[in-house]
Ligand binder design. Structure first.
Ligand code: AKG
Ligand code: FE2
Length: 361
């Protein structure tokens, strides 16, 4: 029984090292959250008084047609002020979205032994990884989350190495979402008034990863987090299920229409969330924003499926020269994406500290 863990270390071993995950912990008959998962007061998420961000999703099908300019403006404005937006008519069929959620549940309902076939060191590919929390050995409080991360190299490898329960749908999601991502990125780059070579755009979107997140039911949601506050790296396409729990941190807007702070993004069926990550804030010399976000747990299980689009490790990321000239200052230095990502994965989630790595000194 989980409740009989004699120490925090034996619990850690059971969850992290032995690969039972939070799911295994819950299945072992837990009735209250272990100390190791209890967040400090300031990181806990209170449901009472939650403010919701109820802004209509952007209809991407209208990019073709007379309203093209209006849609482009909406996208740009969202990225400049919020760092995220939601989309409908995004080119990913609704049945595929349903299958993705089903397949995530199928994978996480496997036994620990089966899931552990994808643990680091055991997994047939270094690009496929089953795990729990984010960087458990660096975290004071663990995150209430298990995940399977599927890195893309080519279709053949994906179909060979990704888990059978989800490989086909995850690959379809990657392919179809990538078309939309490409369109959005072209719009964002054009709006900066620069022209990038095709090879540079491909380089900026050259690392693709489908992550399925599983947040088991939690006996004390008020004490835990599913994912702590963080910003993403490049551009993320996120599918959340009907449970809800995604929060974004917003600045006060120019008209003081909201008071800033945390807002929940209620799930809307068929809608995808586009999350802008740090590299767009860097490239645009701060014109675009990466959005700080986090996930609440609940007494019900929740899944989310993210397609992370990031640069190739060899890509250099710095503010676009033309913008630095115009602004008279570079707010960020040029970093090798590999260095940025090494830093990203050696720290526990803590707000936008991942971006500080590239700040000019
Ligand atoms: O589960 C969610 O809604 C968000 C997931 C997320 O932020 C991430 O995987 O980076
Ligand atoms: Fe995220």
């Amino acid at each position: 029984m989980a409740s009989s863990f004699s120490s925090s270390d034996s619990l850690y071993d059971f969850v992290v090292k032995d690969g039972n995950g939070v799911k295994g912990l819950m299945d072992s008959g837990l009735s209250k959250v272990p100390q190791r998962y209890i967040q400090p007061e300031e990181e806990r998420i209170k449901i009472v008084g939650t403010r919701k961000h109820n802004v209509s999703p952007i209809d991407l099908s209208k990019l073709k047609g007379p309203n093209h300019k209006k849609v482009v403006d909406e996208i740009v404005r969202s990225v400049e002020t919020l760092g995220f937006f939601q989309v409908v008519n995004h080119g990913v069929p609704l049945e595929l979205l349903e299958s993705l959620k089903d397949s995530a549940h199928k994978f996480f309902s496997l036994s620990a032994e089966e899931k552990c076939l994808f643990s680091p060191g055991v997994s047939p590919s270094t690009k496929v990884k089953y795990g729990t929390s984010f960087v458990p050995d660096k975290e004071k409080a663990l995150e209430w989350k298990d995940y399977i991360s599927m890195g893309y190299t080519n279709d053949e490898d994906a179909l060979q190495y990704w888990p059978n329960q989800c490989k086909e749908v995850a690959l379809d999601y990657l392919k179809l979402s990538s078309k939309m991502v490409r369109k959005i990125v072209e719009i964002l780059i054009e709006n900066l008034g620069v022209k990038l070579e095709e090879s540079r755009i491909e380089g900026l979107l050259g690392t693709k990863l489908v992550n399925m997140n599983y947040y088991p039911p939690c006996p004390n949601p008020e004490l835990t987090v599913g994912i702590g506050r963080h910003s993403d790296t490049g551009i993320t396409v996120l599918l959340q299920d009907h449970i809800g729990g995604l929060y974004v941190k917003l600045d006060k807007d120019d008209n003081n229409n909201n008071h800033g702070g945390w807002f929940e993004i209620p799930p809307i069926p068929g809608v995808l969330v586009i999350i802008i990550g740090d590299i767009f804030q860097i490239l645009s010399n701060g014109k675009y924003k990466s959005v700080e976000h986090r996930v609440r747990t609940s007494t019900e299980s929740r899944v989310s499926i993210a397609l992370f689009n990031s640069p190739k490790p060899t890509e250099k990321i710095g503010p676009v020269e033309e913008l630095v000239k115009k602004d008279g200052v570079a707010y960020y230095r040029e970093v090798l994406f590999q260095d940025y990502i090494n830093n990203y994965f050696t720290h526990a989630h803590y707000g936008k500290n991942s971006l500080d790595f590239a700040k000019s000194t």
